[in-house]
Design a protein around this ligand. Structure first.
Ligand SMILES: C[S@@+](CC[C@H](N)C(=O)[O-])C[C@H]1O[C@@H](n2cnc3c(N)ncnc32)[C@H](O)[C@@H]1O
Length: 253
């Protein structure tokens, strides 16, 4: 395990106990429901899901509540512990999303919410995802995109770390923020078809209250008309039924 991965794992072990607090209250709940909705709409309900970087199991719980079955994998033992407490009927594995300990074709859907930015070898994860999906299965990833606001984040993280504000803010983990085009390219290269990426969520829970209130009101407008300002990217694709029989067309959603 590299130092960077070790650092991410230790951070999430440390914050596991309090992680859900950010999504319990109004702002966080609204934000998380919004991104869960964007991911969920890429899947058929009632399948078997693998959630990569599942954390405390927030999306696993969402998927199961929608009538599916779900399994989670995460590098942090602390986060997995919280997920197991929360979602007793689901299975959780401690491990990296870059090497998946699951059989070929064993899932209908693979998700990743707010964890893809940590991956040092995203192409490895996507190759593994392709392998564990059944033919016709879907992937949907929600990850912080690069935009006007997120460009400054690495600097803020470095400063907060230097000031020992790790718990209040995040540490500097060398996270990677993608453009929609980069996410789509990665999915195409992994062999997915019906690839579609779009920006979502403008009302980020970290915004100061008055700004957040305005952001929440104009979120649908921003998502539709000024997507570059939205914080996250939701990118999805589908595994072919048979190699070479379907073209890598772009899906209109
Ligand atoms: C911001 S949290 C998101 C957790 C959860 N997906 C959610 O939506 O609340 C990021 C998670 O990614 C996990 N993570 C980071 N790198 C990982 C890797 N290489 N493999 C698996 N999990 C990873 C962390 O341990 C952490 O639980």
């Amino acid at each position: 395990m590299t130092t960077a991965v070790h650092k991410v794992r230790s951070h999430y072990d440390e914050v596991a106990e309090v992680y859900d607090h950010r999504y319990d209250a109004n702002r966080g709940k609204f934000y998380y429901n919004n991104i869960s909705h964007h991911v969920m709409e890429r899947f058929q309900k009632g399948g078997r899901l693998l959630d990569l970087g599942c954390g405390t199991g927030l999306f696993v719980r969402h998927y199961v509540n929608e009538g599916g079955e779900a399994v989670g994998i995460d590098i942090s033992r602390g986060m997995i512990g919280k997920a197991s407490d929360k979602c007793g009927s689901s299975d959780f594995t401690i491990g990296t999303a870059e090497v998946l300990p699951f059989r070929d074709g064993s899932f209908d859907a693979v998700s990743s919410l707010l964890s893809f930015s940590y991956l040092k070898h995203p192409e490895k994860t996507l190759a593994e995802t392709y392998r564990v999906l059944r033919p016709g299965g879907s992937i949907a990833i929600c990850t912080l995109g690069i935009n006007l606001f997120t460009r400054g984040l690495p600097a803020i993280y470095h400063i907060s770390e230097a000031m020992n504000l790790k718990k209040a803010c995040f540490g500097a983990f060398g996270e990677r923020y993608y453009s929609v085009e980069e996410m789509e390219q990665l999915l195409y290269e992994a062999g997915f078809i019906e690839v579609h990426g779009k920006r979502c969520s403008f009302a980020h829970y970290n915004l100061a209250r008055p700004i957040y209130d305005i952001a929440k009101k104009i979120e649908p407008f921003v998502e539709r008309n000024i997507p570059y300002l939205a914080y996250n990217i939701c990118a999805s694709g589908r595994k072919t039924f048979e190699e070479g029989t379907e073209s890598p067309k772009k899906l209109e959603i």
